[in-house]
Design a protein around this ligand. Sequence first.
Ligand code: F6P
Length: 548
Amino acid sequence: MSKLTHSPAWLALKKHKAAIGKQTMRSMFKADSQRFDKFSLQVESLLLDYSKNIYTAETQKLLTDLAHQAQLGDWIERMFNGARINSSENRAVLHTALRAPAGSSVLLDGRDVMPGIMRVKEQMRRYCEEVRNGTLRGHTGKAFTDVVNVGVGGSSLGPYMACEALHPYGSLKLNAHFVSNIDAEDITEKLEILNPETTLFLVSSKTFTTQETITNAHAARIWIIEKLGSDEAVAKHFAALSTNLEATSKFGIPPGHVFEFWDWVGGRYSIWSAIGLPIALHIGMDNFELMLAGAHAMDKHFRSAAFERNMPVILALIDIWYTNFFDACSHAILPYDHCLRRFPAYLQQLTMESNGKSVDRDRQPVDYATNRVIWGEAGTNGQHSFYQLIHQGTRTVTTDFLAPVTSHVPLGEHHAMLLANCFAQTEALMLGKTAEEARAELVTQGLSEAAIEALLPYKVFPGNRPSNTLLFDKLDPYTLGMLIALYEHKTYVQSVVWNINAFDQWGVEFGKQLASSLLPELNSAKPASNHDSSTNALINHCLSRISK
Ligand code: F6P
C-alpha cells in the first residue's frame, strides 16, 4: 500500500468526501450568494471560475494540505532551478527557461543555459525575417509561400494548435501545413497541392530518429529533388529543429538551417523552443515572443502565489479531488473558441503522456488512480455530439470551458450566442432539472397527464456535474502562452501529488519495438507464424488480400 493513500491529508479528504458527498452545488449556491467571489481567481486577463464544483472552503483547505504534504513548493523550485527531476532519464526539466526574459540566468550543473537559448532565438528571428521578407528563397529563386512542418507528437501538436489558435495573427503570404502521420495520405494530400519551388520543409524531431518523421522527411526530400531536378535543392528547402545535430547534417541540412534545442526540453513541453519555429514563421517572431511572455507571466504566478490563490495548483487539486475521491471517468476540454479547436488534442499528449502512469517515483506500483482520459471538442459543436452523455450519462465527466470575452470576428450575434451557450451549459450541468421542474414545464406545454407520465423520466437532469470556466479578453499570443503554461503547471502539480515522473514516456516504446519487428513480415512472401493467432491472422489476411 502506498504512503499516499494512508497519509493524513489523503485520509482527511476521504472523510470529507463522505461528509460532502450528498451536498449539491445547487444548495451551495443557494446558501451563499458570494460563492463566485470565494471560488474564482483572476491572473492578469485570465479569469478562472471554479465555483461550479462540489467544493467548499473545507475542501480547498484539505486539498491544499495534500499539496503541502507532497512538498509541492520544493518540487516547484526544483523544476525551475534545473534539478534532474526527470529521474528515470536523469534529466533536468527546463522548458520554463525557454520563456525567461533576456538577462535571466538559469544554471544547469553550474552552467547558464540562457546564452544558448538566446542564440537560438536570435537565429530563429533572423530566419523568420528572411523567409517572410523573401531574402531567403528556394532553389529556383522564388520566395517561399508554404511551410510544411514534418513532425509528430510534441514536434507537431503544439505548433499545429498554436498556428490555428493564432490564425488571426498569421501571415497571408506564408501558409502553415502539418504532416505527422506515417499514413502516406497525410503527406500526399499536402504535396499534391503545393508548389515545390515555393515550399519549405521543417523537419521537427527532438531525436531525429522517430520513424514517422524521418520517413515523411525522406519522402519530402525525394519530392523536392525530383521536382526541382537537383539534390542541391535540399539545402535550400529544408530546415531542421532537433537536438541531434549529427543526424540533421547526415540528412543534408546545412548547420545554419538547423535550430537546436536540448535534452532538458521534453517533447510535449517543447513548443517554446526551436520546435516553435513554424509558429514564429506564421505569426512573426515578435508575436512568438509575446507567447513566451505570456507563459513567463504564468510561471511567475505559479512560483509566487499561495496555493489557495494559485491557478495551476487549484485546477490540479480539483482534478485530483474528482479523479481520486469521486472516481470521475474522464475530463473534457471544451473551448468555446473555434481557434482553440486543436487545444484538446494538444492537452491529450501534454497530460496523458505526462501522467498516464502506474509506477511511482519510488518504483512502486501505485494504488490510486492517476491521469484520467482527456478529450474534447470546440463548442458549440460538442453540444450536438456528446453533451447528452455529459448531462444525463451514468458516469461523471468533469469539464473545463474556455471562452474569449471578445471574438476576432465581430459578426452579428454570433459571439453573444457562443457565450450564451457556454454559460448555459455550465449552469445546466450544475443546476440539473428536478422532476417537479420538468413536470411543470410539460404542463405549461399543455401535455396530457398520460403524455407527461410517459416523458417525465427522460426530462429530468441529475445536475451537480462539475465544471471550471476560464475566460480571457481575447485569444492573442500572450494569452495563449498563459493558457498553455497554466496546463503545463497543472500537469506537473498532479504528478507531484501522485508521486510520479511527468517527464518520461517509456510507455510509447513497446508498440514501436513490436512494429519494427513486424514490418518485414508485411513485406514477406511467407505467412506470419511467430505471433499469437490473432496477430498472425491479421498479417496473413493482409498478405492474402494484397496478393489477389
Ligand atoms: O510520443 C512519443 C514521443 O517521444 C513524444 O514524447 C515526442 O513528442 C514524439 O514522440 C516525437 O519525438 P521526436 O520529437 O523526437 O521526433
